[in-house]
Design a protein around this ligand. Structure first.
Ligand code: SAM
Length: 267
């Protein structure tokens, strides 16, 4: 089942990911007067930053609640941004209408990566740029996702996620991305960066993470089982153990995860 991104409270995670939008927006300067679409804009991180630099911005996301949060954030800053419902495989914009297409940890969730890439390409102007970010298949986030994935599979009596699914596109992988974009005449560059997540303690980090839509989805699934309270407690204990082990800061909490910035342009 897909993730309901309107569930829970994604806002805190959005704040932690803000430095990534700051980087991709800075990499895309000058933006004044240019048309920008932020695909999977969530609470509007990249969209707001681009609009503050004078771009004409559209934010697109499938989650209505996140679009509402984004609209409010734009209004609070006096920024005019068009936030519309849509998804990567169906971007509600005309052909060749965006000079810069951002997708910060968003298009990677598209169920059909090929259809999503076709849409990113379709809306990009002839000399425009697509800039997206993705996670590599190693690092603390993968460790934590595995803990949850394995626990959920055991609890629900299912195969671990991915076991029965076709391999999705490696959104971090230069060769796979080059092959996916090449039919459209696009060239792809991949740069590796890192992001440090911090909190006052591992417990505080987990409390914030428990509001993430994925965590809320897992909790809702467990709540359908007869021994749900025990299962929730067991999952919390396993997550705390893993988080403590990954902690880089003995005085508080920090962990660092690499990510990749993918830039695609017509060759
Ligand atoms: C990790 S959040 C990133 C949000 C925002 N870009 C940021 O940096 O905070 C993932 C976002 O992707 C959106 N999303 C999920 N599936 C999508 C799809 N198929 N196409 C476009 N966006 C999608 C979610 O609604 C959510 O807002």
């Amino acid at each position: 089942m897909g993730i309901d991104w309107s569930a829970g409270r994604y806002e805190a995670t959005g704040e932690m990911l803000l430095p990534v939008s700051e980087l991709v927006v800075a990499m895309s300067e000058p933006l004044a007067g240019r048309t920008v679409v932020d695909v999977g804009c969530g609470t509007g991180n990249a969209a707001l930053l681009a609009a503050a630099r004078g771009a004409v911005v559209t934010g697109v996301d499938p989650a209505p609640r996140l679009l509402e949060v984004a609209r409010q954030r734009a209004a609070d800053r006096g920024l005019e941004i068009d936030f519309v419902t849509g998804e990567a495989a169906g971007i509600p914009l005309p052909d060749h209408s965006a000079d810069v297409v951002f997708s910060v940890f968003a298009v990677i969730f598209a169920p059909d990566p090929g259809a999503a890439i076709a849409e990113l390409v379709r809306v990009t102007t002839q000399d425009g740029t697509i800039r997206l970010t993705s996670w590599p298949p190693e690092g603390p986030l993968v460790v934590i996702n595995k803990v949850v994935g394995q626990f959920m599979a055991e609890a629900m009596g299912e195969q671990p996620a991915g076991a029965n699914h076709p391999k999705p596109l490696g959104w971090h992988d230069r060769d796979e991305l080059r092959a996916a974009f090449a039919p459209y005449g696009f060239e792809v560059e991949v740069e590796r960066r890192s992001l440090t997540f911090t909190a006052p303690s591992p417990e505080a980090f987990l409390a914030t993470s428990s509001e993430h839509p994925m965590a809320v989805g897992a909790s809702q699934a467990l709540s359908t089982l007869p021994n749900s309270a025990e299962l929730e407690a067991e999952l919390a204990a396993r997550l705390l153990a893993a988080t403590v082990e990954l902690n880089e800061d003995p005085q508080a909490f920090a962990y660092t995860n690499d990510y990749v910035v993918v830039t695609a342009r017509r060759g």
